[in-house]
Design a protein around this ligand. Structure first.
Ligand code: MN
Ligand code: MN
Length: 458
């Protein structure tokens, strides 16, 4: 069974539309490099589209009715949007889920030190990274510092053309005889991922360069060394996402995993008229480290917000919450691996995703014997096939590489615990988890069309 290249469906006019949607995404991806930045932008866009903060609705004891649009945020890092449908909530919701955290280097709690008159910062990588990919490239610093009085300082350094950047050094080829004999996994090790952040000494006797850096931080951002203890600072590739290829058909950027699914999911919500079934977009944190914590998918946050919505509609009961969740349907969207002609040996060609062939569906993910995966039901897949085909959405089925090569996890199995229908879907990428990942513009556009069709028809 072969799938067709989705570009072939479109004439010049339609291609312009795909390029202009992709340009909005490219700008989003360039500006939103942390879960907090993504959540804040999602809130701003939701409010511009008439969504109200669910907590305000609750505080004012307002009643929610079909057609209302609300959003809820968990600790600035996870967001759920609800567009209330005309059918009772208990009949289930149609949910789009994706994650907004991405692999990166996080600053340690006590990061700053001086070594041989260089100011350095210690990092602890977040998520699955090939450590050797994170050296010798410009890095930016994004995050928040929270002072003891609760005031919060937002940090974003390295994105504007005039900003300084930071970096982890690599060893010169001339002295790499030993290093190049090492296995890839340990060419660069976790404790070697130290940032160089300054080199001009102050007049101080002890740690003069570190102290000079601290005085810059004090002057520019008004925080002290001890404030790092309550900071969340993420080191990410510096600079904007770029068009990729002579034909500009692709985008190279940091964090397509999983913002390339999060962005069209969010935009699909904004393209809806009042739906029959309540439409939901859920953008979560912590997927890359196992969906743990209050802001990860395993948290009760989403379930609690469903209860709040039902309460505000005057329909709350314990059984109503359970029925609403159990009768829901979900597209759990995450990136998939696109077939790469540079690395054909890890893929099985008949069950691989291809760039440009549309929205991906993984019946199951997992590794070696489907371990840890949500294995979607064929009854549900049959319904989705019908919806996608009736709406002329290009889509493909795929596995994440050969059976015994590896694999990966998503948030799908967690939502499936409620007894709802869930399938893994998403957009295929090259360079997954590298500092700069690649996606095809037409695939993201097909995802948008597929998500709208799902929300309206599932
Ligand atoms: Mn992912
Ligand atoms: Mn990932």
């Amino acid at each position: 069974m072969e799938t067709k290249n989705a570009w072939l469906k479109y004439d010049e006019k339609k291609r312009k539309e795909i390029f202009s949607f992709s340009e909005q995404y490219r700008q989003f991806l360039s500006q939103c490099k942390t879960e907090r930045e993504c959540a804040a932008e999602a809130v701003a866009q939701a409010e511009a589209h008439g969504y109200r903060n669910l907590m305000d609705v609750v505080a004012k004891k307002e009643k929610l009715v079909p057609g209302d649009k609300v959003y809820a945020v968990c600790m600035d890092k996870t967001i759920a949007l609800f567009y209330l449908g005309t059918e009772p909530m208990e009949q289930g919701m149609n949910i789009l889920g994706a994650h907004i955290d991405s692999p990166r280097l996080d600053l340690k709690q006590n990061p700053l030190y001086e070594d041989t008159e260089l100011a350095m910062m210690d990092t602890h990588y977040y998520g699955g990274v090939k450590k050797y990919q994170w050296v010798a490239l410009p890095l930016a610093m994004h995050g928040v510092v929270v002072k003891k009085d609760g005031s919060k300082i937002a940090i974003s350094i390295g994105e504007d053309a005039g900003d300084p950047v930071f970096g982890v050094s690599d060893l010169l080829i001339h002295l790499s005889a030993d290093q190049l004999e090492k296995k890839g996994k340990i060419v660069i090790e976790g404790e070697d991922l130290n940032l160089n952040v300054g080199s001009i000494p102050s007049k101080e006797e002890k740690e003069p360069v570190k102290k000079a850096v601290l005085s810059i931080l004090k002057e520019k951002y008004d925080f002290e060394e001890e404030d790092f203890r309550s900071a969340e600072i993420e080191i990410v590739p510096a600079g904007a996402a770029r068009d990729y290829g002579f034909d500009r058909s692709m985008i190279m950027g940091y964090g397509h995993d999983d913002r390339v699914c999060a962005y069209p999911s969010l935009q699909a919500m904004f393209r809806l008229e009042t739906p029959k079934r309540t439409a939901v977009c859920l953008l979560v944190d912590k997927e890359e480290i196992g969906s743990v914590g209050a802001t990860g998918m395993q948290s009760r946050f989403f379930e609690n917000m469903v209860a709040e919505v039902l309460q505000a509609m005057g329909e709350y009961s314990e059984i109503a919450v359970r029925r609403t969740l159990q009768h829901s349907k979900m597209l759990s969207s995450d990136v998939s691996a696109a077939f790469d002609p540079n690395y054909p040996s890890v893929m099985e060609k008949n069950n691989a995703a291809y760039l440009g062939h549309g929205l991906c569906f993984n019946k199951y993910t997992g590794a070696r014997g489907k371990s840890g995966s949500n294995d979607a039901n064929p009854e549900y897949l049959a319904q989705l096939r019908r919806i996608l085909d009736e709406n002329q959405v290009s889509w493909q089925t795929c596995e994440l590489g050969k059976v015994d090569q590896g694999g990966g996890g998503t948030i799908a199995y967690i939502m499936a615990n409620y007894g709802m229908e869930v399938v893994d879907s998403g957009v295929a990428v090259h360079n997954m988890h590298a500092p700069w990942e690649i996606i095809s513009k037409v695939d993201m556009y097909e995802a948008l069309l597929g998500y709208v069709a799902f929300l309206e028809n599932a």
